[in-house]
Design a protein around this ligand. Structure first.
Ligand code: GLN
Length: 493
């Protein structure tokens, strides 16, 4: 059946209930789309049989009226989520052949709600990167192309680059992502889709391969605000297995969606106007403020004075936590083991880690170990933690003046693969607008706003108060309604 792969989560859910199509037909259509898109390298493991199995179960429960909220909705799952009996490798060689005997809480919630799995999605290795180029499974190529005729293959963003490419190319109606310092929002902006990082603790981290535990959050990547809200309702839960999980009720965000912003105040933080940002992004940002005014909101200027320290603090805290988390890959407990002839235990560890980790991961382990070492701990790690507190306080003060903040999502449109791989600082700069909300644990959504002169998507970001996902979704919806963004990549794959 043609056209099924153009449906979003709500469309599929509602169409199944009015019997316009069956869940089996939906799963078959997306399985075929996945199979036809190998050129994007978005899916690194395909699980068509799992999608069909869930679809058959959905068709049964839909007939007898006991269907869960996501019955019959097939999803792509980022490879950072452990999925029972399906390889889960964080796109690293050190986890080659690792097949967990357990299911992450988030994917268990999604499958429990009736969703199916189309396969595992490519990503930057251990979620470290902004371009998907650090994956041990090869680049993902964005479905988007510049209109300059040069056909340069573009990055889908990272680390959730497989997720963003797959959703943008309609290989799945939605996907899971994770965001430590922008990994849901920046790839969403690069590919013209919607990505939501909820409040830290909303989604359980249990069974998600850890990068930086005080920052890691799962969230939905979809083609509309409504679909993101629907998905997050099933992903979020209190989970006693994650000590930082929030014991808070999960609201019915979709049902409460409201794009009428009368009485709402939107803050525009002056510090987000960075040097060398393309004029088109600034123009879109101003346009976004106009759209929100049109929706009834009042625009206020606010200041977040410590913003410029967010990125340096993040690149101390995230590697520090990564170096601790990744010490578990010792060649004994998981995945790869390299055993040099007559080697000692220490030599086995060293050989395994040398062979298994990619360069970016090794770099972060070294930085992290350095900033945590005796003699450097106070100079770097303690300072960075203090800066983190100042950044959180900046937001707290801003909330005296406004309900949410509006900013660009990323300081540029998608770049070409290879363009930034030799310039780590330029690469890290991609997350300059995303990282502050991560450090403060706040909910933030990226929604597409328009296209730049080269025909590439640009995104706007809305950041809200802790636990105010509703406020963030509502402002996101107001932007979505007014931008009328429907552009999609022309099919070349
Ligand atoms: N790009 C950032 C990094 O490389 C953020 C990654 C993420 O959010 N997982 O650390």
């Amino acid at each position: 059946m043609s056209g099924l792969t153009d449906l979003g989560v709500a469309d599929i859910r509602d169409g199944l209930r009015t019997k316009e199509f069956s869940a089996r037909e939906v799963a078959e259509a997306f399985n075929a789309a996945v199979d036809g898109a190998d050129a994007l390298n978005a899916f690194i493991v395909k699980t068509p049989e799992k999608a069909l199995e869930a679809a058959e179960a959905a068709d049964k429960v839909l007939a007898d009226g006991t269907a869960g909220p996501l019955a019959g909705v097939p999803l792509g799952i980022k490879d950072l989520f452990c999925t029972r009996d399906v390889p889960s490798t964080a796109c690293s060689d050190i986890l080659t052949d690792f097949t967990p005997p357990y299911e992450s809480t988030v994917t268990a919630n999604l499958f429990g709600a009736g969703a199916g799995m189309l396969g595992k999605l490519n990503m930057d290795q251990f979620a470290m990167g902004s371009s998907n180029e650090t994956s041990a499974r090869g680049n993902v190529t964005s479905p988007w192309r510049r209109n300059d005729g040069g056909n340069a293959p573009l990055s889908p963003g990272g680390s959730s680059g497989g997720s963003s490419a797959a959703v943008a190319a309609h290989l799945c109606p939605a996907a899971t992502g994770t965001d430590t310092g922008g990994s849901i929002r920046q790839p969403a902006a690069f590919t013209g889709i919607t990505g939501m990082k909820p409040t830290y603790g909303r989604c359980s981290r249990w069974g998600i391969i850890a990068f930086a535990s005080s920052l890691d959050q799962a969230g939905p990547m979809a083609r509309s605000v409504k679909d993101s809200a629907i998905l997050l309702e099933s992903m979020a839960s209190f989970d006693p297995k994650d000590s930082t999980s929030l014991d808070e009720p999960v609201p019915h965000w979709e049902g409460a969606l409201n794009a009428d912003l009368k009485g709402k105040k939107i803050g525009i933080p002056s510090e987000y106007r960075v040097d060398n940002m393309p004029g088109e992004i600034d123009t879109l940002w101003q346009q976004g403020a106009e759209w929100l005014k049109d929706a009834g909101a009042e625009i206020v200027d606010v200041s977040l004075p410590h913003t410029k320290y967010a990125l340096p603090a993040y690149y101390i805290i995230a590697p520090a936590e990564a170096s601790a988390n990744l010490s578990r890959y010792d060649g004994v407990r998981y995945g790869l083991r390299e055993t040099p002839d007559n080697g000692s235990l220490a030599e086995m560890y060293a050989a395994t880690r040398a062979a298994g980790f990619g360069d970016e991961v090794k770099k972060r382990i070294m930085i992290g170990t350095y900033v945590l070492s005796v003699g450097h701990y106070d100079a770097y790690y303690t300072q960075a933690q203090k800066v983190r507190t100042l950044i959180a306080q900046d937001f707290e003060k801003a909330w005296d003046q406004c309900d949410v903040l509006l900013t660009p999502t990323a300081p540029s449109a998608a770049f070409a693969l290879g363009d930034l791989s030799d310039d780590p600082l330029a690469m890290y700069l991609n997350d300059v607008f995303a990282v502050p909300a991560s450090l403060a644990g706040l909910p933030a959504i990226a929604v597409p706003g328009g296209l730049d002169g080269q025909g590439l998507p640009l995104g706007l970001q809305v950041v809200g108060k802790a636990l105010d996902e509703q406020g963030v979704f509502d402002v996101g919806l107001a932007l979505e309604e007014r931008s009328g963004f429907t552009a999609r990549a022309e099919k070349w794959w």
